[in-house]
Write a protein that binds this ligand. Sequence first.
Ligand code: ZN
Ligand code: ZN
Length: 362
Amino acid sequence: MKVLTATLKNLAPLHIGTGKKTGNFSKTLEYIPGRTIRGMVGYYLYNNNKSLFNALRINEDEDMSQTGVFFKNALPINKGKSTRACPVSFKWCKKCGHMIEPDKKECTNTVEDRPCLHEGKKYGGFITADSFETGELESVSVNTQISTKCPITRDGNTSPGPYDDIAPYNIESIVEGTEFEFQCIVEDEYVDGLKEALNESGIFGGLGGFRSRGYGTVTFSNFNATPASDMIQEKASNISQFKNAMMVTNSPMILRDGETSIIGFDENFEQYVSKSCDICATQGNFKIVSGDKGSQKLNEGIARGWSIKEGNKVSEIIPCIGMGSCAVVEGDPEVMATLEVYGIGEMINSGYGDVYFMEGHL
Ligand SMILES: [Zn+2]
Ligand SMILES: [Zn+2]
């Protein structure tokens, strides 16, 4: 398997529906879910390259050991730095933005030769990975705009009417020229075919909503393919330096026991960890550590299933573990590195279950 990365840039406004509507206002997500990219490429291949569609098994919805391609969520880039979902366990100073240690109540930073001493608060959103190194909160967000559209009526007029469904509506979109980190994992022999499909589908298909109104055109540049095994080794050698390891969810994570969603890291979670390790035959130990302060801090989230088999659309709405959830873990660095590369849980081919590991505790 190869890890294929690229810079994804939108050439037109980009609207990624959140699934929630507030009156006539339609909000956009500020990142591109892997499911949306998978839908774009899957639709394109189905219509233009059936043999690659079949070879990649891009339409596999359930058994993650049977697919040949895994799409991660594409997160916005701030000044070329990597982006992370901020851990829910972290607090940042309300005054100076400095990171507050888990066991401290107030800011220990020095501002103008005095201790800052302000309280901290949580930050729910994306930050640069640099924020962990510098101890300064550096948030990552995208520029958005709002456009008012009139629905096109059957006779081709665009006049607003007395009814809700033909009243003007407001669409929020990400402004053109925004850059995102694209990443997927793909079987070696299909790297070139997939690159071509990404380039073509980004221009002729596009991402998100209102594509018939010119939205959603995207380009890919700076492609880079690295063997997944090399990336796992590199990550493992970094993780092996950690004294205490903490896992943070970088995208929503779907864990289920039969039909029931599980919000928390338990023995079901550990079974999903084994499944991810089986994909690339990684062996080793891994577990959630139970400490006196508790071993996990959770956000709740909502996941939207995406089925290519069932009409290339949202298939179900699933309660799940939200981004930024944390757990104290221990185990072999190779296992953690494998999980960073492949993710954990259901639909890891659609961007769900992305995690990263860092030095830290709750
Ligand atoms: Zn402060
Ligand atoms: Zn500082």
